[in-house]
Design a protein around this ligand. Sequence first.
Ligand code: UDP
Ligand code: MG
Length: 312
Amino acid sequence: MKLDIIIPTLNEEESLENLYNAIDKALDGIKYNIIFVDDSSTDNTYKVLEYIYKKDNKRVKVLSFSRNFGKDAAIHAGLSASKAEYAVIIDADLQQNPKYIKDMLSFLEENKDYDVVCMTNNYKGEGLFQKLAKGIFYNIMRKATKREYVKGASDFRLMRHDVVKALTSMTESNRFTKGLFSYVGFKTKYVPYKPNKRTAGKSKFRLKKQISYAIDGILNFSTLPLRAASFIGGTISLGAFIYLIVLVAKTLIQGKDIPGYASLMSVLLILGGLILFVLGIIGEYVSRTYIEIKNRPIYILKNKLGYDEDIL
Ligand code: UDP
Ligand code: MG
């Protein structure tokens, strides 16, 4: 098989048929399979997928989860099931136009030294706040991990099978796909594009989820926050020590009383808050270690269509 198209899907009943038709039209002449991964949708997504499967059971495959495990787990399931020479990940909502896939594929076929083509959001039409927040996030990621993070790099990527193997060899359960891509390396071509607006269904990544996703990214791929905590603690201790020497000297030389309970109180509160903050950071890492050490499966399958063999 030439190409596997991996589509994580959560409550996208209205988009799926259009997406299937768009792929069919865009990839005329190419041998491909579509692997839909239904992340336990609560609407009719699975029924629509069954219908599409019945229509085209030669090319369509469906995996469905026992509960919502998240987009990153769905991507992992799709990649684990992929055996083709190339794999591409694409959203189900038609925001990422399948018409680009053919060009992505020809690029890798013509440029043997490249292994991944990544469509990169050019951010036209995005609000100032979002632009700023994303800018800060990518800078932190770059500094914290000392690896390449291209602003706007989406999950809409086409890759060789070697990259798929590298990605699926990483078995952590808290998966931040952008981080995994950066971790495995491989030469990547970034191609700017403008995603379409959503025409049906709702976005599952609202601001709150985006922020929590960004924090996950930083904590999962770097221990810089722990070092920052040590640094802040050390600096404050040093400052306090110097201040102590100054106070002792003043009392000895000038015989002055040390004034002020108010200053004492504020220093105490600041330090108390800081200690809790640092404990929180440590707690984040401890809890992640706890979750990972249990080594639970990244997803649990409920149904599969189009697979005879026992796939995970
Ligand atoms: N998705 C998923 N599981 C989730 C959340 C999202 O499989 O828990 C899928 C969703 O159906 C879509 C893709 O991931 O195909 C991207 O989600 P969405 O369009 O909501 O993200 P946005 O484009 O708004 O960032
Ligand atoms: Mg979307």
